[in-house]
Every structure is written in C-alpha cells, then in structure tokens.
Design a protein around this ligand. Sequence first.
Ligand code: URA
Length: 190
Amino acid sequence: MPDTLDQLRSVCDGCHACPLADSRTKMVFGVGNPQADLMFVGEAPGGDEDKTGIPFVGLAGQLLDKYLFAVDIPRESVYIANILKCRPPHNRDPFPAEEDACIGYLRDQVRLIDPKIIVCLGRISANRLIHPDFRISREHGQFVKKGKFLMTAVYHPAALLRDASKKEEMLLDMERIKEQLELLSAKPEG
Ligand code: URA
C-alpha cells in the first residue's frame, strides 16, 4: 500500500486495470492540499481534464471555483479528485467495472489525506460513496457520518450549467458545508 500521494500517483500513472487507460491522454490523479479537511469527489475527467491531467479545470470546474469563492473556501485549501482517474469516451457515465477497477486508488487517497468532510459532486459519486440508491435531487445537502468521515453530496456543477434553477440550492448546500467545516476545525479530533 503506497505511503505517500506521490507514490500512489506513480502507481496510477502505470495503471492498466481497465480499458480507459488505452484511450487516456493523461491520468487525472487529484489536486489540492494533501492535508485538506475538505475533499471533493467528482465523477470522471472530461476533455479538458484529460488534456491537462488536472481535475475540474473545464467549465464545470470554473463554476465549482465560483462556489468555493462565494463561501470563502480557498481552492488551494481543499483536495479534489474523481471516482475515475481516466476519461470515459464521449464523457459517458462510468461503467461499474471501471469504478471497481479505480475505486481502490480513491480509497488510498482518502486514507492518506484523511479529510474531515467528503463532498460528492453529483449522483455518480454519491451512489458510489454514500449509498447506491442516492437521489441527488432529494438528498443533496444532507450530512451522514460514514466511519470517521462526515459525508454529503451536492449537485454536479455540470448539472448546474444545464439547469440554472438549481443554483440557489447549491449555494445553500455550500454554505452548510462551510459551516460544518468551521465547526469541525474548531473541535479537536474524535
Ligand atoms: N467532471 C467531473 O466529474 N470531474 C472532472 O474532473 C471534470 C468534470
């Protein structure tokens, strides 16, 4: 088991556990503060991410940045990763077998970063990390404790680009995330 994020990144760079490795331009490992209290987990890299190797740099990522700014959470203070580290063709939903092949890397990232709060960006991530029947329209913004982590899910920023009527709820969810972060940061571990 890798002891550092750099070691884990090298393992992911050499990964051929599923066919997405053959079509990737770059593996998209994750970005941000390796000691972050707050970690965001999206679905899978899109075209911009595949080109740059950095998660959430396209339009959806720029919208996520705006929400982080709006609630005064510096992007450099958080860690951002995805369920999949390689782009599915035409941005289709990940196949379960691809998630199964990749999820161990995310688990290792979570173990090494050890965040206090994990925020799933969108349904695919929430289905995998919170519970398999997660309904994003009904359950977004609710917090659940899973093991040592406080977990929640918000709308995927790409969904907000398609449907602006969800933006108000997204801001409220992000405000609650900021509140929880402040509460947990004020309190000793445990
Ligand atoms: N959408 C995701 O879920 N992840 C990214 O990195 C970019 C877009």
